[in-house]
Design a binder for this molecule. Structure first.
Ligand code: GH3
Ligand code: MG
Ligand code: MG
Length: 305
């Protein structure tokens, strides 16, 4: 996949020059001629690198940089400032705001290319490390820290843009007695297989996460309660059908699932912890009603935290 780079500059000449100078780098260059278009495109495209003019007319490049850094959707995108000014304090201000580099205009072609390449290389390592440190070692699904970050982003999008997100809490039934009867390594194998099953059955836009022990939190983007119910039921069925064979025995493994959908809440009441509480309550009900079942969360009259 070629890298995508967004250039934000009010001068069409600069864009033409960047096109020419970066042509051989094999990247896809997008253009924005003012701060507002730049911010919107950055949010939508999430490019691998932003080349940002310091002297923009409405908002300065520094202000654009600040906005990009406080928005979780764009905070991780490296920024190289394009500046005509060579005073030390301007460069320092750019670095202090989170820029990774700067290039002075008029561009020295070889230097521009080298700095762009270096920034993209660092971004690739950063993405690789971030992905690895967010994956649970045993099951291969996302870990708890990724859950917190992703669920936070999904809830913000639901509050701000009216998007819908569902959360399914899944807990393996009687897992302690499985461990006790067949040994801890067998329990681990069940969790490994469960991780794989979650990857297979969920959409690529969904995020299965290990919440802790034998409990999983499944984030379903753009999915309403009915959709979540279908997914949860399918998971429950497939797991119950899955034969687990420690030695020569056939062991049935089941799970209980609880669902919470963002549409249960008024936007001003919607938080991650409230969604977790509702899904947990539904999971608890599924356990109490006999396990190996799906329960849909209801919002309590007085929202609890
Ligand atoms: P319930 O149906 O009510 O959920 O019963 P349960 O036995 O599954 O619930 P409980 O919370 O009492 O037990 C969870 C067990 O999961 C206890 C713990 O030893 C086991 N466990 C947690 N993490 C792991 C793990 O990584 N590997 C294995 N093998 N077992 C684990
Ligand atoms: Mg359990
Ligand atoms: Mg448990």
């Amino acid at each position: 996949m070629p890298h995508t780079v967004l250039a934000i500059d009010d001068s069409p000449d600069v864009h033409r020059l960047l096109d020419v100078r970066l042509k051989l780098e094999g990247l896809i260059l997008h253009h924005a001629l003012d701060a507002e278009a730049g911010l919107a495109t950055a949010r939508e495209l999430r490019p691998d690198l932003i080349l940002l003019d310091v002297d923009l007319p409405t908002l300065t490049g520094f202000e654009v940089c600040q906005r990009l850094k406080v928005d979780p959707a764009t905070a991780q995108i490296p920024i190289i400032f394009l500046t005509g000014a060579t005073e030390v304090h301007t460069k320092v201000q750019g670095f202090d705001l989170g820029a990774v580099d700067y290039v002075t205009k008029p561009f020295e072609p070889a230097e521009l290319r080298a700095r762009v390449r270096a920034a993209l290389r660092t971004k690739r390592y950063h993405d690789l490390l971030a992905a690895r440190s967010n994956v649970d070692g045993l099951t291969g699904v996302w870990n708890r820290s990724y859950f917190n970050q992703r669920m936070g982003d999904e809830v913000s999008a639901a509050v701000r843009y009216g998007r819908t997100v569902s959360l399914i809490m899944l807990d393996v039934d009687n897992f302690k007695s499985l461990n006790d009867s067949y040994g801890h390594p067998f329990g681990d194998r069940v969790l490994e297989d469960l991780g794989e099953l979650l990857h297979t059955l969920l959409r690529t836009t969904d995020a299965p996460c290990r919440y802790g022990g034998e409990e999983f939190a499944l984030i379903l983007s753009e999915t309403n309660e009915a959709g979540a119910q279908i997914s949860a039921e399918r998971l429950r069925e497939r797991l119950a059908e899955c034969p687990f064979r420690p030695g020569d025995k056939h062991v049935k493994v089941t799970a209980s699932l609880g669902i919470a959908c963002s549409t249960l809440f008024e936007p001003k009441e919607l938080t991650v912890s409230r969604m977790v509480t509702v899904a947990d309550d539904a999971l608890y009900r599924a356990k109490a009603e006999g396990r190996n079942r799906v329960c849909v969360g209801r919002r309590n009259k007085d929202v609890r935290d």
